[in-house]
Ligand binder design. Structure first.
Ligand code: NAP
Length: 253
């Protein structure tokens, strides 16, 4: 396919899960792609699976030095580029009583500070008419026991998306977010024990109005729509959550 031929895209956290689905959809459409990840094993696997035409960069989103280096690599590879997907994320299931200084910092350094500086440092390389798509979460509003840190970090991320949307308007750059609900990915979006993940997974099927998990490909479809097709849309958050965040009452209730 040639839908994205000539387009250049950067995806943070593209080695597996939702990010990898975005990468694959872009490659299927003929785009040039540079993606990041942190874990070496996952990076090697992505390199082997995706082949030499795709640049896979080890870059820790929590490190400003790594983000600066990423900016240089993107500049060297692409010069300017069309779409930035800020997708990396970290979630540890933890009640507020168990939160520590270090778990607080890890969550906010990766999800919030890392996302902010990724856009601050890479936006100058986005061409006029380009776009940014953040991956937020249905948990960026409301309260869920065990996800208090994650929810706070994603709430800030959504606020950043709106702020960048306003600031990048003069350059014709649109900034939007996808907001996934329960999505079937290798990590299920959380750092948790197998038993916790199983319970989390069952909860997802129960409370999601569509009674199932979404797929990474369903989130990728929404992210690509915002990046390339939604040319009169900026500053929005598109839920991809099977109705979870929409307060839908079943018929007869
Ligand atoms: P995933 O499979 O765990 O993928 C997360 C990606 O982020 C991986 O490529 C991971 O790379 C990368 N990453 C994590 N920490 C990083 C860091 N410090 N620096 C650079 N890259 C880092 O997760 P996912 O479920 O696809 O989630 C993707 C995004 O969707 C996240 O922002 C998540 O919060 C959000 N989300 C997911 C769900 C869900 O149900 N799955 C729901 C709502 C929102 P390595 O592991 O190789 O380091």
């Amino acid at each position: 396919m040639t839908r994205y031929a000539g387009r250049k895209a950067v995806i943070t956290g593209g080695t597996h899960g939702i990010g990898l689905a975005i990468v694959r959809a872009l490659l299927d459409g003929g785009a040039e792609v540079l993606l990041t990840g942190r874990n070496e094993e996952n990076i090697e696997k992505a390199r082997a699976d995706l082949g030499p035409s795709v640049q896979v960069v080890r870059s820790d989103a929590a490190s400003l030095a790594d983000i600066d280096a990423l900016g240089r690599q993107v500049g060297d590879r692409f010069g300017t580029f069309d779409a930035l997907f800020v997708n990396h994320g970290y979630a540890r299931m933890e009640l507020s009583t168990d939160v520590t200084d270090s778990s607080y910092d890890r969550t906010f350094d990766v999800n919030t500070k890392g996302a902010f500086f990724t856009v601050q440092r890479l936006a100058p390389l986005l061409r006029t008419g380009g776009s940014v798509v953040f991956t937020s979460s249905v948990a960026d509003t409301g309260g869920t026991p065990g996800l208090i840190l994650y929810s706070g970090s994603k709430a800030a991320l959504w606020s950043f998306a709106q702020g960048f949307a306003a600031e990048l308007l003069p350059r014709g750059i649109r900034v939007n977010a996808v907001s996934p609900g329960f999505i079937r990915t290798p990590s299920m979006g959380v750092d948790a024990t197998a038993a916790e993940k199983e319970a989390f997974s069952q909860l997802g099927d129960e409370i999601t109005p569509m009674k199932r998990h979404g797929t990474p490909e369903e989130v990728a479809t929404a992210a690509l729509f915002l990046a390339f097709d939604a040319t009169f849309t900026t500053g929005v958050k598109l839920p991809v959550d099977g109705g979870l965040g929409q307060r839908l009452d079943p018929p007869g209730q």
